[in-house]
Design a protein around this ligand. Structure first.
Ligand SMILES: Nc1nc2c(ncn2[C@@H]2O[C@H](COP(=O)(O)OP(=O)(O)OP(=O)(O)O)[C@@H](O)[C@H]2O)c(=O)[nH]1
Ligand SMILES: [Mg+2]
Ligand SMILES: [Zn+2]
Length: 298
């Protein structure tokens, strides 16, 4: 594309539907509108833009992406962020998390080639032990699980996370009310991400955060956290059923010994996955999620 390289480069740090906030390499932020009506920019995109006023511009071009983390529901694709280094899924002792939603986020990350960790927050609450047990299959299959009490022991949370986040752009994802914005405020000086009380009546979060936003943790702008709104649904229509077990490390490990190369791990004889399930090497809940997804995606 001729002319594109002559334009200024910028990083999309927030999206508000019809306009975006773009940050220049010098750290200046300005409002940009996409050229034309439709835009496919998301937070984390690098764009070429042209000034149209002192604090405004127009996005002319989006650079190729290294990756894109998204969910695909029945009717629409919801992109969370592009060009991220890792995903941090936050769940909490309370509200009780859906294991299916957690598993889905992990599968989406695997299929996008993005590394992932789980953060279990609110270690100060009595429901913590039960939540920790529900995460045991994830720790066993090699997903790092970090435990924090951001409210009870903020310093402990900070020191556990510092090295894991340094030098990376991390997308913070999870159900509403788990502490995503609390984490941003803990680590990003002056971020002032809005934090909401968990609704007692609904035993769930209130969807305090409504847009995805990029926060720098350091003045040198090498480490970033991306806050996102809590989700309730997580469609995986981008995944074909035969690929599914490939994106679930605990199933994948046993699929290689299945008698049939195209085994669906549901009814064929000589299935390594079902044998592992029967002897307890794969947890019943994980296999149930696999079945649920197979049905949903076929
Ligand atoms: N008990 C306890 N409460 C916490 C802890 N960390 C955060 N909270 C509280 O949990 C509630 C929700 O926190 P947020 O940071 O707004 O949660 P969020 O994940 O950003 O939620 P959404 O923006 O709705 O998706 C707030 O009342 C926090 O003060 C913790 O370690 N222990
Ligand atoms: Mg929030
Ligand atoms: Zn099988």
């Amino acid at each position: 594309m001729t002319g594109v390289v002559a334009l200024d480069i910028g990083l999309v740090v927030a999206g508000h539907g019809r306009h975006f906030v773009v940050e220049t390499p010098e750290g200046h932020r300005l409002i940009c509108h996409p050229r034309g009506k439709k835009s496919d920019c998301v937070v984390g995109d690098r764009v070429r833009w042209m000034p149209t006023g002192s604090d405004e511009g127009v996005i002319e071009h989006r650079e190729a992406r290294r990756n894109l983390f998204f969910r695909q529901d029945e009717w629409k694709v919801k992109a969370f962020a592009a060009n991220i280094d890792q995903l941090l899924v936050i769940v909490a002792a309370n509200p009780v998390f859906s294991e299916s939603q957690l598993a889905r986020a992990l599968i989406a990350a695997e299929s996008a080639g993005i590394g992932v960790r789980i953060l279990l927050n609110k270690a100060d609450l009595p429901q913590f032990q039960a939540a920790r047990e529900r995460l045991a299959p994830y720790a066993a299959m090699g997903v790092g699980v970090i435990e924090t009490s951001m409210k009870g022991d903020p310093q402990g949370a900070r020191s556990k996370l510092g090295a894991l986040l340094a030098g990376k752009a991390t997308l913070v994802l999870g159900p509403s009310g788990t502490g995503k914005s609390t984490l941003i405020n803990l680590l990003a000086p002056g971020a002032r991400a809005q934090v909401g009380e968990v609704s007692v009546a609904l035993n769930s979060g209130r969807h305090t955060t409504t847009t995805t936003q990029w926060y720098w943790l350091d003045d040198a702008r090498t480490t970033a956290l991306i806050d996102s709104p809590g989700f309730q649904e997580f469609g995986l229509r981008q995944v074909r059923p035969p690929e599914l077990a490939n994106y679930m490390p605990d199933l994948r490990e046993h699929a290689s010994i299945c008698r049939f190369y195209n085994c669906s791990h549901r009814h064929e004889p000589g299935c390594g996955v079902r044998a592992a399930l029967e002897r307890g090497a794969i947890s019943a809940s994980r296999y149930r999620i696999y079945e649920e997804l197979c049905d949903e995606l076929s």
